[in-house]
Write a new protein. Structure first.
Length: 312
């Protein structure tokens, strides 16, 4: 079962307990997890959060992760206070008992993820995925995209072969022909499309919202609402800057994350910008994903998403 693979076997080690204890003692350090790309990643690169928190006596410790599931494993272990993921990882984490709460989210961005196949593949439609090997990051946002795409095509989830790989390994498997298709998100998606001329079977339009969520441990949320307000304002400012300066943002980020400016420009050209505090519609949308995953036995028990929201 996926949720047990993600969290069940990751008991908190002595080292992680020590890190968590240190974090409790030193409340002036905010431990933030980030991924290859996203508003939080750009905020880190700009350094503006540190400038705003310095007068308050706070410092920031940043740690990069290959995907949302891995980031939330660290949050569950007590070595992070704050981080960002897509829609699916928090659901697996909540089902595993992780002490997280949703803080805010980006607006829907359905063009930012897709299921792709090699340019010369005989797979032409979603229906052709039956019996095929599909690479994806275990428990990530594209997991839900795949579920909805198969549903649209009238294919049972059990009729395809999932190959769980982190983005870098999935890219290798995709290019070598070890898998038939790849469910992936930007900027990895844009980079693969430009480099391999991969064909898109389906993006998220009409299937998924593909929101980016900002998550915090329940302990940090209770003790540091003032700091969370500073983070929210800086995320808002970052979104505004990138929206108005996409080419500059791409040029700024390219050397820092090891991707071409063209890949990042393509990513930003199809991104919807905007930041929101959690609302009832978002809660309902997340609950729909929970119900779908439970029906497919991807999570071991039904959960109530609203119990993990900072404000209802």
């Amino acid at each position: 079962m996926i949720v047990s693979l993600l969290f069940g076997g990751c008991g908190v080690s002595k080292k992680e307990k020590a890190a968590a204890k240190l974090g409790e003692k030193n409340d002036k350090v905010i431990r933030i997890g980030y991924q290859k790309f996203g508003t939080l990643n750009i905020l880190k690169a700009k350094g503006s959060l540190e400038k705003q928190l310095k007068p308050l006596g706070y410092t920031v410790k940043w740690t990069e992760f290959p995907g949302g599931p891995q980031l939330l494993e660290a949050l569950n272990a007590g070595s992070l206070d704050f981080g960002h993921t897509g829609e699916a990882p928090p659901i697996f984490a909540q089902a595993a008992g992780a002490p997280l709460v949703y803080f805010a989210n980006s607006v829907a961005n359905p063009k930012g993820e897709a299921i792709i196949v090699p340019k010369d593949s005989k797979i032409k439609t979603l229906k052709d995925l039956k019996g095929k090997k599909i690479a994806l990051n275990k428990g990530s946002n594209v997991h839900y995209l795949l579920v909805k795409a198969l549903e649209k095509a009238g294919i049972s989830y059990s009729d395809i072969q999932t190959v769980f790989l982190a983005p870098a390994d999935a890219r290798t498997a995709f290019e070598q022909g070890a898998v038939d298709a790849w469910a992936i998100w930007d900027p990895f998606l844009a980079d693969a499309q430009l480099a391999t001329h991969a064909r898109t079977l389906s993006d998220g339009i009409g299937l998924v919202k593909n929101r980016e969520f900002f998550l915090v441990t329940s302990q940090f949320a209770k003790k540091h609402q003032d700091i969370l307000n500073v983070i929210y304002k800086q995320l808002e400012n970052t979104e505004h800057w990138v929206k108005n300066n996409p080419k500059q943002a791409a040029k700024f980020l390219a050397p820092q994350i090891g991707m071409s400016e063209k890949s990042l420009e393509l990513t930003l050209s199809r991104k919807n910008f905007g930041l929101e505090k959690i609302n009832s519609q978002t809660i309902d949308d997340q609950q729909q994903i929970v119900d779908e995953f439970y029906k497919l036995k991807l999570i071991p028990k039904p959960i109530k998403v609203h119990e993990a929201f900072l404000s209802n």
